[in-house]
Ligand binder design. Sequence first.
Ligand code: PLP
Length: 445
Amino acid sequence: MSISSEAVVLEQDLSSYENHWMPFTSNRAFKAAPRMFVRGEGMYLWDQNGNKILDASSGLFTCAAGHTRPEIAEAISRQASTLDYVPHFGSAHPASFEFARRVAELTPVGLDRVFFTCSGSESVDTAIKIAFAYHRARGQGQRQRLVSRERAYHGVNLGGTALSGMIKNREAFGVGLPGVVHMRHTWLAENRFTKGQPETGAELAEDLQRMVDLYGGETIAACFVEPVAGSTGVLVPPKGYLERIRDICDKRGILLVFDEVICGFGRLGAPFGAHAFGVTPDILTMAKALTNGAVPMGAVAVRDGVHDAIVDSSPNGVVEFFHGYTYSAHPLACAAGLATMDVYEKEDLFNRGAELSPYFLDAVFGLSDVPLIKDIRGFGMLAGFDVESGDVPGQRGGEVQKRLFHAGMHIKMTGDVGILAPSLIADRHHIDEMCGKLREVLGSF
Ligand SMILES: Cc1ncc(COP(=O)(O)O)c(C=O)c1O
C-alpha cells in the first residue's frame, strides 16, 4: 500500500497551534517549525508532508506490537459501538475481569491482583497509596517515608514528582510529598559502554541500608525502583543490585515497588523486568504497552498478601480502598488491552524481542566510535546513548532529535540522552536502518 499518497497533508496556519499547550515540549520552538505525524503502520510513522519515518522508540515505549494494529483498532471500534462506558465504582463490565486475568498470567507469580488506572503516573501514585494503606491496615501507619533514586522517573503526578530524581521534573513544583528520600543512581563512569548488566556497582544498593539506619526501617513504607531506569537514559542495574535491594526490603518490612511502565511487556526480553532479573517486587506498576498505546491505560499488580491485608481489614459491605478513577478499567481500554495481549501471544513477541536483542545491542554498541557519543548502555530491546552536551544542556539533544526526524527517524530524547526502543516486531533491516541513520546524523555535528 502506498502510504505517502494517503498521508493527510495538514494545511493549518501557524496561529491554529496556539491553543494546545504541549506537554514536555519546547512549545515556542515546536510551533515555529511543527513536526507532525499523521499516520502510523508497523515500524513507521508518516509526517504531514508524506515522509516515511522509522519509529526507533515505539512511540513513547508504547507500541510494542507496532503502530495501528488492525486487531486492536477493530476491538476498540467494536467496544465503542457496543458499550462505551461503565462506572466501575460498585458496578462493572465483564472485560475488566478477563483483562485482569490475562495481565495476572504475565505478572510474576503471586502478584495476582490488578488495579486499573489510566496512565503510568496514576499507577505510581496508586502504588504509593496502596503501600500506605497496606501498612496502616497492619497497624504500621507510621511507615510514611518513601525511598526512590536520583535520576528516577515515576511520572508527573504529585507523588511521582516527589519520587522523581530528574531535576527539571522537580524544580518548579515546590517541596512535593514530604518524607521522600533518594538513593544514588547506578550510573558509574567505570561502567561506560557496558552491554547488559555491569559487573560493578551492586554496593550502591547499600544506600537503602543507609536510609534504614538513618530514619529507621520501621518508618519506611516502600522503595520505588525502575528495574532499568528508562527515561533518564537506560541505566541497567549492576549485577546483584536488585537482589540486595530486595533483601533489605525483606528484612525491614519495606514494600518493594518495581515501576515497569517502560520495562514491562517484553521490553527486557521477558514479560517484565522482574522476570528478566529474577527479582520479584511486592507491587508492580505498568502502562504504555499494556494497550500497545492505543488507549490510555495503566495498571498496578499487587502481591496477594498486600491486597488481602487492605481488603480484609475493612468490614464487609463497605468500600475497602478509597481510591479509583472515573476511567479505571474503561471498556475501550480493556478491549484494546485484550486485543494487545492476543497479538503478543499469537506473534510470540516477547520471545521475538529476546531473540532480536543481541543483534540490536551489537548494532547500537557498534556506534561506540562515533565521536559525539560518550556512553552507550543497553539491555533487551532498550538502549540509551549520551551525546556530548553543548553550552546549554539538552539543546544538542533537541537538535539531534530534529535532524533525525528530517533524516526519517523518530527517537525519544531526554536532554542529551537518546533512548532506543524499537517495537518487538522489528526485523534486522529496521535495526540496520536505525543505526545507519544514527551514524549519519550524529556524524553531521
Ligand atoms: C517508569 C515510568 N513511570 C511512570 C511513567 C509515567 O507514565 P505516564 O506518562 O503514562 O503517566 C513513565 C513514563 O515514561 C515511566 O517511564
